[in-house]
Design a protein around this ligand. Structure first.
Ligand code: GLY
Length: 429
């Protein structure tokens, strides 16, 4: 198959790696430096419908996989489908599940899905209106930018001054704010393939969103993740599917906007079970890098089945034994003010095929300097993804590989999956 992937992060690098096969010809727009030996890189404006259609007409792919939310919310999948291409990724109308938090809340209310109580505080609200709204919540305050913010638009804080400051910052950018009640309990990311009312879950994962160890510092797009979750109840995935993802998929069909693509349910597992923190309309980053390392079923078959509307006919997915873990290397200053252009060494992938614990480097914000050297070009620079028979072994393999990589001022968390390894994750009673 000739496959075009839209996007440029480590998630897209993982998608391309999963579809690497002698019978596949891979293309990516815009891609990054680390993908050049896997796929042909193309220039393009990924949220411009006409530009993406023109590129696809040039490449003539058999399958197009849209990675990030921005082109999905901009209707790029609709334009490509309209031009006759087979596309993995929801329509613009269905992508509102991520594009508008108010839309997602409405879908959940209709579908009877447990989620946080929420209130919109419109841009232009007076200081008195903002304070009155904050008084109806917290502590702890959950303040969200009601627009696309790549996971970075959320502040969760016990401090009302910090909460008020984020409300004002979001309003200053012209966006409404969503205040939410705080959901207690450990977080779960469950990705489901959805094709109308057919829902197939992938392995559950857990992201680490704060920039520093022990969940300190500001939120990021995600600093690391692991899968599966040893602390999740054995019926955990099935409960999320039955209580969250199937009701939402049915509600989307009922509204005449069937979902076709990847539905990412971000949840907190509280005393009553799963409650939705947010939905995303695409694979999560960095969880995807770990989840796809565990998948044995060829990824191109899986994504093509969804795109063709044949998910119900796909044989059950098969998974490797053990665990996978990913750790993100951030640029100096990330997430506040990432400094780019630093030289990266030691990031070449070597052939570890003889090893039980394999660690690979997936690129995110990288490019080539004037002399061909690898340089940082974004806040999240690269991921090291490792597999192990146990979570400890996966951790050891990932951190051993990270020590070989150098980027001046680069930083990563050293505690990815550590609370799970040490049995410190508990579900509230
Ligand atoms: N892992 C967070 C996200 O993909 O939004």
């Amino acid at each position: 198959m000739r496959i075009l992937v839209i996007g440029s992060g480590a998630r897209e690098h993982a998608l391309l790696t999963g579809m690497k096969a002698p019978h596949n010809e891979l293309h990516v727009v815009p891609g990054n430096a680390g993908m050049a030996d896997l796929a042909t890189l193309h220039k393009g404006v990924v949220d411009d419908q006409a530009n993406m259609v023109a590129l696809a007409q040039d490449i003539k792919p058999d399958l197009i996989v849209v990675g990030p939310e921005i082109p999905l919310v901009a209707g790029v999948s609709d334009a490509l489908r309209h031009a006759g291409f087979l596309v993995f990724g929801p329509s613009q109308a269905a992508a509102q599940i991520e594009g508008s938090k108010a839309f997602a809340k409405d879908v959940m209310a209709e579908a009877g899905v447990r989620t946080a109580h929420a209130e919109v505080v419109p841009a232009g609200s007076t200081p008195e209106e903002i304070d009155a709204a904050l008084d109806r919540f917290g502590p702890t305050w959950v303040v969200k930018d009601d627009g696309l913010a790549g996971g970075k638009g959320v502040v969760v804080t016990p401090n009302i001054n910090e909460a008020r400051a984020h409300v004002n910052a979001v309003h200053k950018a012209g966006n409404p704010v969503l205040l939410e009640s705080f959901l207690d309990g450990p977080e779960v990311s469950l990705f489901c393939l959805v094709d109308g009312e057919t829902v197939v879950p992938l392995l559950p994962a857990q992201d680490h969103k704060r920039v520093r160890d022990n969940d300190e510092g500001p939120n990021t797009g995600g600093m690391g993740a692991y899968t599966p979750l040893p602390w999740l109840p054995t019926d955990g995935v099935q409960r999320i599917v039955d209580e969250v993802c199937v009701p939402v998929a049915r509600e989307m069909v009922r509204r005449g906007n069937p979902y076709q693509g990847l539905l990412y349910a971000g949840l907190a597992w509280g005393s009553e079970g799963p409650a939705v923190v947010e939905f995303n309309c695409r694979f999560g980053d960095p969880e995807t890098q770990a989840v796809l390392m565990m998948l044995e079923t060829p990824l191109d078959d899986v994504l093509a089945a969804v795109a063709r509307g044949e998910l119900a006919d796909l044989p059950p997915l098969t998974w490797r034994e053990g665990y996978a873990l990913t750790v993100v290397l951030g640029a100096p200053g990330y997430p506040e003010k990432p400094v780019t252009g630093g030289v990266i060494t030691g990031a070449e992938n070597t052939d570890n095929a003889d090893s039980d614990d394999v660690a690979v480097v997936l690129h995110a914000g990288t490019s080539r300097g004037e002399n061909g050297e690898l340089v940082s070009a974004g806040g999240r620079v690269l991921n090291v993804v490792a597999h192990g028979a146990t979570l400890e072994q996966a951790r050891d393999a990932a951190y051993k590989r990270l020590e070989q990589i150098n980027l001046d001022g680069g930083h990563y968390r050293t505690d990815i999956a550590l609370p799970a390894v040490e049995g410190r994750i508990t579900i509230p009673n």
